[in-house]
Design a protein around this ligand. Sequence first.
Ligand code: GRF
Length: 193
Amino acid sequence: MSGTGTNLQALLDACADDAYGARVVAVGADRSGTFAIERAGLAGVPTFVLEVKQYGQRADWDAALTQVVADYTPDLIVLAGFMKLVGPVFMARFGGRIMNTHPALSPSFPGMHGPRDALAYGVKVTGCTLFFVDQGIDTGPIVAQAAVPVLETDDENSLHDRIKAVERRLLVDTVGALARDGWTVIGRKVTIP
Ligand code: GRF
């Protein structure tokens, strides 16, 4: 987590119901003082913060993050608003079960400013994409997508807010389905049976 954690909150709320089939075992952030970590604490979920600047080199941060996460033995790792690229050690350990969320319809508008770039391009429909993280930026196999219309009156914030409302629902539905039913990835094609 790097941000305000509304996606996290949606997952924490969903997990309150046993029938949902998933449980948040821990929440980590790469920055201290985020509201996301506070939300996790309020829900009674263990938290950790590992900032790159605490480590001599990025590789050391990568190794430390991998170890901390491994200790929680997660089945699925959700990067919800985690705005850093995870390192090669983390990818080698958890590749194939790291899911990220991007506020645009991939493969359009990868990177840090999905809503802004969609607006600037003038698309009439954008949305959000859940994908399994690979080596690229927002390029991994797509797990789920949902569309959001762009309104004449939109600015970056209003568009991102409407995307986030849809993104939260998609994330909750998809994480629950992955946890309950599992998944397969063949090439770029992700299937939830
Ligand atoms: C989400 O739109 C996510 O896709 C993007 O940053 C936003 C995070 O929102 N990478 P929040 O911290 O979950 O509220």
